[in-house]
Design a protein around this ligand. Structure first.
Ligand SMILES: N[C@@H](CCC(=O)N[C@@H](CS)C(=O)NCC(=O)O)C(=O)O
Ligand SMILES: [Fe+2]
Length: 350
């Protein structure tokens, strides 16, 4: 199975991409709204077909990216029936199974943090995605939404700690940089519910956490009850001026073919060194030549009246050029993917 653990440093949220290698069918668990373009780029670059975007629960601290993923990929929006999230393409109940290729995730109802919380279990891969029910050496709080420390105790003890001890546990958050645990580890070392803890110990702990409410709660919960659909119901495109695709590496790229057919609409900056401009790949007659090592100092020479596209030999140095220009205040900028090599392969003149 293809497996990737992704992180949102703003909300300390983990997003998980799981895909069946043979069929390429995939699911994404707990995507974050602001990380949508990153996640989408990875889906494209790994060439997987997202069949479902799953939430473990209705999050209180960040907005979910499931609605955006559906718009971009057609993935079904899936979450627990008891979350109250609407619209859902599939409302899961305890014991339901989500299939992607030859892989599957079993939904286990694990209420306590919220009443709709699910833990997704892959028995074949010995993995459980616990959402905010069980965190590494901690657990989700039970003092808002439909929080209930007694329900949480039962969920963890009866539905998670009953999994085989060698199962890996992947939470929705970690605030200390920890990435994965196991059932055995948490049963032994979880300071709230591990070892010899009894229900009243756990409940006493949870009732005295004294945490401030998440900063985004007033925005996040109503948005998440709509699956993270923006107020205007529109899918925000990464750029309006052309078919710009953000890469997983964080570069905004544009297809050489589109640039060749829309030469008048953009300003081209060639960042190769002067000697290369006379080389076998030639040069574009209307491109402004600024070598990459001079671009920081000369960024002001780049006109801002049109979107800017950068180009070099293979598209690597010009990728860095987009970052430098963005820092210098050029907002509409993209890299010609594959550079002049690709340009020439497509048969465009230089
Ligand atoms: N400081 C964070 C707090 C986030 C928070 O409260 N997260 C919830 C999950 S939605 C939780 O259960 N946190 C457990 C903890 O902080 O120990 C924020 O403002 O967003
Ligand atoms: Fe949560």
């Amino acid at each position: 199975m293809i497996f990737r653990q992704l992180y949102d440093a703003v909300s300390s949220t983990y997003t998980y991409l799981l895909a069946d290698e043979a069929t390429r069918e995939a699911v994404l668990v707990d995507p974050v709204y602001e990380r949508h373009q990153r996640d989408l780029a990875l889906v494209r670059e790994l060439d997987v077909k997202l069949v479902a975007a799953l939430d473990t629960h209705c999050h209180a601290d960040h907005v979910t990216g499931v609605w955006l993923m559906k718009q971009a990929t057609g993935a079904a929006i899936v979450a627990g029936a008891a979350t109250g999230i609407s619209p859902l393409d599939r409302a899961l109940r305890d014991g339901d199974v989500v299939r992607f290729g030859g892989e599957e995730l079993e939904a286990r109802a694990t209420p306590g943090h919220t009443s709709g919380c699910l833990t997704y279990v892959s028995s074949a891969r010995r993995m459980a995605f616990t959402g905010d029910t069980l965190l590494i050496r901690g657990c989700g709080r039970t003092d808002f939404q439909q929080g209930d420390a007694h329900a949480m105790w039962r969920s963890i003890r009866e539905r998670i700690f009953t999994l085989p001890e060698n199962f890996f546990l992947y939470p929705a958050h970690d605030y200390e940089g920890r990435t994965v645990s196991t059932v055995a580890e948490e049963k032994r070392f979880n300071p709230r519910i591990g070892g010899e803890a009894r229900e009243e110990d756990f409940v006493g702990y949870m009732e005295n956490l004294g945490l401030p409410h998440p900063k985004q709660i007033a925005v996040a919960v109503p948005a998440n009850l709509r699956a993270g659909m923006p107020d205007d119901g529109r899918y925000p495109a990464p750029a309006t001026w052309g078919p710009v695709t953000p890469s997983y590496g964080g570069i905004f790229e544009i297809d050489a073919e589109w640039v060749a057919r829309h030469r008048d609409e953009v300003h081209i900056v060639d960042v190769r060194s002067p000697s290369e401009l006379e080389g076998e790949l030639g040069r574009l007659h209307d491109a402004q030549a600024i070598p990459l090592d001079e671009l920081r100092a000369r960024a002001e020479e780049v006109p801002r009246d049109k979107p800017v596209v950068t180009i070099c030999q293979s598209g690597k140095r010009s990728a860095l050029a987009t970052l430098l220009l963005r820092k210098a205040g050029v907002t509409d900028v993209a890299n010609v993917a594959g550079g002049l090599i690709r340009w020439r392969q497509l048969g465009f003149p230089s």
